[in-house]
Ligand binder design. Structure first.
Ligand code: ADP
Ligand code: MG
Length: 263
């Protein structure tokens, strides 16, 4: 085979194997190999590394898109001084993601504005950065999706969807009361993930009030049982961060006015 037909055949192999990045880099890499007198092994290693990097980048992009995180928050950006009720060493331990290994759940309980979503999203971000399949949803979206699935005969597929991610975030449980169908969906999602993969859940309702979210208090008890069996619970009290910022601004304004009286 002539050199040029070998080259064409190699391009053909790369295309057939869908190694697009390697195919694209081939002419440049061949030239580099000749110039730098690279051996076969070194040439092949460089070419395949290009393909591995491209595949990895595609995987990251697709994981990122799938995760549907609502904000770019990171745990490093959380201001622990503003929220002394949160054990920062416990958050640091969670950030190592060891909790994913034994399917530990994490509950953030507290009033609006104290950073529950930020912490949940920060954990999701850490999990994504480590390459784990991660998915964020609100309880209301989960309920709506399951409702549609039930109508369209896709219940089993949808349940498998929620079983899939290594880490599932269910935000805002308890903000709206859940109809019995929605409660059943949430219950099934929690049950099928139980002891298999971690769920992070945020709620404004203390555990004692969970009966209020569900028509059926036995569902609430059974769900809590599974959630709490292996779990880390943060009870966050204190001021809303938004209100704090707002108050600090008004205070600064007021002081400004006092310091420069208009007379
Ligand atoms: P929650 O989910 O508890 O209602 P969020 O996590 O949505 O509260 O926080 C409300 C807003 O305040 C967000 O913009 C969040 O980034 C910010 N925030 C809350 N707590 C903190 C904190 N300790 N450090 C930095 N930003 C915070
Ligand atoms: Mg929130």
């Amino acid at each position: 085979m002539s050199e040029s037909s070998t080259y064409q055949s190699l391009r053909g192999h790369l295309a057939y194997l869908r190694l697009g990045a390697a195919a694209e880099a081939l002419p440049g890499e061949l030239e580099h190999a000749t110039k730098s007198k690279l051996g076969h092994t070194a040439f092949l290693e460089r070419l395949l590394e290009i393909e591995v990097r491209a595949t990895e980048a595609r995987r990251r992009t697709s994981l990122e898109r799938f995760a549907s995180l609502p904000a770019p928050w990171r745990l490093e950006d959380f201001d622990f001084d503003a929220q002394p009720s949160i054990d920062r060493s416990l958050v640091a331990e969670l950030a190592t993601l060891r909790f994913l290994e034994d399917a530990t759940n994490v509950l953030f309980i507290g009033p609006p504005g104290v950073g529950k979503t930020m912490l949940a999203v920060g954990l999701a971000r850490a999990s994504l950065d480590a390459g784990y399949r991660t998915y964020y949803t609100t309880a209301a979206d989960l309920a709506a999706r399951c409702h549609r699935a039930a109508l369209e005969g896709r219940w089993a597929t949808t349940m498998r969807f929620y079983a899939g991610p290594r880490l599932l975030i269910i935000d805002e449980v308890g903000y709206l009361p859940l109809a019995s169908e929605a409660a059943a969906a949430l219950f099934q999602v929690i049950t099928q993930r139980y002891l298999k993969s971690s769920t992070v859940l945020t709620t404004n309702l203390g555990i004692a009030s969970w009966g209020q979210i569900f028509d059926d208090p036995t569902v609430a008890v059974a769900m809590l049982d599974r959630l709490l069996h292996r779990s880390v619970v943060f009870n966050i009290d204190g001021d809303s961060y938004r209100m704090r910022a707002h108050r600090a601004r008004s205070e600064a304004l007021r002081k400004g006015v006092v310091a420069t009286p208009i007379t």
